[in-house]
Design a protein. Structure first.
Length: 356
């Protein structure tokens, strides 16, 4: 196993997804330091009473909006919504700040929604490495740019993107959640401890081996849904694997029947599921009881827990991201896949570019 994972990484990791994963915490630290009033004096213009924040984006560029929304639900004063697609929601009004993210700057769904927002008088902050989206600040004095470094897959740039999104909302007083230096040190330890090249026979590589043959299910409490959804998407792209997700307590009111366990009725594939349970210390006590009951009655013998260590929901979410990023890279390598390769997405973009 030790020589195998190292050899596979050398042969398959053509765009250095491993290197980008190792820099996750440094990316967060650098992004946090960039967003301040000295470097971005236009931040003073945003100190108004917003009714909410609407985050526009797709794919890896949208993931941060989900995290911001969960943090707002946990300890925020105004709603933060993540919206994916070509059109603005009909209810949007200009008293909602627009936070538009496209790592490349050329995501067509985001560009169209942003054009609509500008036409309707939006105040917008753009987070991008360039492209058409970065150029929108020239179209309106109400559009402001926070630049990101370019040159990597958007999903690997999550540290760059999310740190800028979070720091912006902290700086203008919408969120009070901050990433302390102590948290960053603990997260760096998690990056190092889960590194599949430095620890090729560690828990991450071993778990990846156990996930190779079975369908993957991911469950956890509602507040960890951003990390669950990102885990699913990383499995899709890094590993070329399907995965399905469900949240407690909602899944207790529907999905539990398909799992069965107590009675005889269950989905035909229930016993074959490779089940990943995500958790953290702040789970509501009743939800914890529901999860414990489910685990004790679950029909599959293939079940593992990924616990997000941290002193806050934010740190726990980021800790889960680190562990699951390494896991999906390992699984992709074991399947013989370059973890950066996204040929179907590229093919679709080429097809769409030929259509007026």
């Amino acid at each position: 196993m030790e020589e195998g994972i190292i050899r596979l990484a050398a042969a398959l990791d053509k765009e250095d997804m491993i290197g980008f994963t190792r820099s996750f915490v440094d990316d967060i630290r650098n992004g946090r330091e960039l967003v301040n009033r000295e470097l971005l004096p236009w931040l003073d213009e945003l100190d108004t009473g917003w009714s909410g924040v609407l985050c526009l984006g797709m794919g890896g560029s949208a993931a941060g909006g989900d995290f911001l929304s969960a943090l707002s639900d946990d300890a925020g004063s105004i709603p933060i919504r993540c919206h994916r697609g070509y059109d603005l929601p009909n209810w949007w009004t200009p008293d909602w700040l627009i936070l538009a993210t496209s790592y490349s700057g050329n995501t067509e769904e985001t560009l169209e929604a942003c054009n609509q927002a500008i036409q309707q008088g939006a105040t917008m902050v753009v987070i991008s490495s360039g492209g058409e989206l970065a150029g929108m600040c020239e179209l309106s004095d109400k559009v402001h740019l926070i630049s990101c470094p370019s040159g990597q897959p958007p999903r690997s740039a999550f540290g760059h993107i999310f740190s800028r999104q979070l720091s912006l909302l902290v700086e203008i007083g919408i969120l009070q959640t901050e990433i302390s230096e102590e948290s960053l040190r603990r997260l760096q330890d998690a990056v190092d401890d889960n590194d599949i090249i430095e620890h090729p026979e560690g828990d991450v590589a071993s778990l990846a081996l156990n996930l190779m043959q079975n369908p993957i299910a991911i469950l956890g409490p509602e507040e960890l849904m951003p990390a669950m959804n990102r885990f699913k998407n990383q499995l899709n792209e890094n590993s070329s694997r399907f995965a399905r997700i469900g949240a407690f307590p909602e899944m207790n009111h529907n999905e539990s029947v398909a799992w069965g366990g107590v009675g005889e009725d269950q989905d035909p594939d229930a016993k074959q599921q490779a089940l990943m349970i995500l958790s953290w210390d702040g789970i509501h006590p009743r939800v914890r009881h529901r999860m414990d009951w489910f685990v004790s009655n679950c029909p599959t013998d293939l079940a593992w827990k990924i616990h997000g260590d941290g002193e806050s929901l934010l740190e726990s979410l980021l800790h889960i991201c680190i562990m699951t990023d390494w896991l999906t890279i390992a699984l992709g390598l074991l399947h013989g896949k370059n973890p950066s390769a996204i040929e179907p997405i590229i093919s679709l973009k080429e097809f769409l570019s030929q259509i007026d």
